[in-house]
Design a protein around this ligand. Structure first.
Ligand SMILES: Cc1ncc(COP(=O)(O)O)c(C=O)c1O
Length: 386
């Protein structure tokens, strides 16, 4: 019989390497493969399944909405879309929302917004300062914005208008600012590179610099937003508010949706400037509103902060060179290049972790993770890390 992996080799473009497992169902922090094996999932679809797998409230909301209205396009109003926008704005900062389908698209919207804002307010300035090692998506503009050559170089020529500086180096931002600069775009915690939190004071200084120089501050909270770091949004740890914030990943509880929020200063889009056929359709918005509701009802932001502390403490005795993170966004780095075999050994032992490179393991579990599940994960990791 042809296996799923053989079919994938034949029919799917080989854009990434997959681990040798085929998942068929999930519940809470557990997911099950096609042989019925159970896995404790500390990756959550790469920081997506905030409420775990197939949360009953999300399933019910999606079923109900699917039975009423799935899609209309943005030629018309729909209630789920405006209700979601209102809730996101109430939870974050005075702003308006544009909905799309992914993190990359949310960042594309932010980049286009910044360029239009620069044309109107800064004599056509269009350059965006971003950081080396950041990750903002895989479209041409966002892959250029993310300062990782391995992802962008094969696709040259790349779009103009991105200047990269070292993360957590405020002076470098100051030095890179010119008359052409329009915005600074940052992740409050760099995720994809292996969880690098902003240093104390960094975001505050950048905010002050943007105010002083009349630049926009764009924060990419695609991975850090919605409770992941133990606050609704990671920038709240730093006591700053961005002009533009992007969200995706966890927003729809697994249903694809992205959002770009802009404050009145930055919100320069006019009818015809931007759009998306699927963006903010009723199905995705109903799922997302339910995710926000459950996070709030079940106190999952505080829970993530508490479980983040426990998870962090449990990583201390794995013999790692460094442990770093914020809330339920943690990573540890081995001295030796053993992250990939470690990931594979964990998988075989029924635990899902994510090797971001040869040395570092990233953990971005569902916010509903329990102390018992942390103990279970720790027992496996301790046995295999030695
Ligand atoms: C911080 C950040 N921004 C943007 C993206 C891109 O999101 P998507 O894969 O939904 O386009 C990611 C994905 O990992 C991310 O971590």
């Amino acid at each position: 019989m042809t296996t799923t992996s053989e079919l994938a080799d034949r029919y799917l473009m080989q854009t990434g390497r997959r681990l040798p497992v085929t998942f068929v169902r999930g519940r809470g922090c557990m997911v099950y493969d096609d042989a019925g094996r159970e896995y404790l999932d500390l990756v959550a679809g790469i920081a997506v399944n905030l409420l775990g797998h197939s949360h009953p409230d999300v399933v019910e909301a999606v079923n109900k909405q699917a039975g009423e209205l799935i899609h209309t396009s943005n030629l018309y109003f729909t209630k789920p879309q405006v209700e979601l926008a209102r809730r996101l704005v109430e939870l974050s900062f005075p702003s308006r929302a544009f909905f799309c389908n992914s993190g990359a698209e949310a960042n594309e919207a932010a980049i286009k917004l910044a360029r239009k804002w620069g044309a109107k307010n800064r004599d056509g300035a269009f350059e965006i300062i971003t950081t080396t090692g950041s990750f903002h998506g895989r479209t041409l503009a966002t892959v250029t914005a993310g300062g990782q050559h391995k992802y962008s170089d094969p696709f040259k020529p790349l779009p103009d208008g991105f200047v990269h500086v070292t993360y957590n180096d405020f002076d470098a931002i100051e030095a890179a600012t010119t008359d052409s600069t329009v915005a600074v775009m940052l992740e409050p915690v760099m995720g994809e590179i292996g969880i690098v939190p902003a240093a104390p004071g960094y975001l505050k200084r950048v905010r002050e610099w943007c105010d002083k120089k009349n630049l926009l501050l764009i924060l990419d909270e695609v991975q850090t937003g919605l409770g992941r770091t133990g606050r609704w949004f990671a920038h709240q740890h730093a006591g700053v508010t961005p002009d533009v914030m992007t969200l995706a990943k966890g927003l729809g509880g697994g249903v694809p949706i992205g959002a770009c929020l802009a404050n009145p200063r930055a919100d320069v889009f006019e009818p015809g400037d931007h759009g998306s056929t699927f963006g903010g359709n009723p199905l995705a918005c109903a799922a997302a509103s339910t995710v926000l509701h459950v996070i709030e009802r079940d106190g999952l932001v505080g829970h993530a902060a508490e479980m983040g502390g426990l998870l962090r403490a449990s990583l201390d005795d794995l013999g790692a060179k460094e442990v770093r993170g914020l809330g339920l966004m943690q990573a540890f780095e081995f001295e030796d290049a053993k992250a990939k075999p470690f990931q594979q050994a964990c998988l075989e032992a029924g635990l899902i972790v994510n090797a971001v490179d040869d040395h570092s393991i990233r953990l971005v579990p569902p916010l509903i993770l329990t102390a018992k599940e942390i103990e279970r994960a720790h027992a496996v990791m301790q046995k295999l890390a030695g």
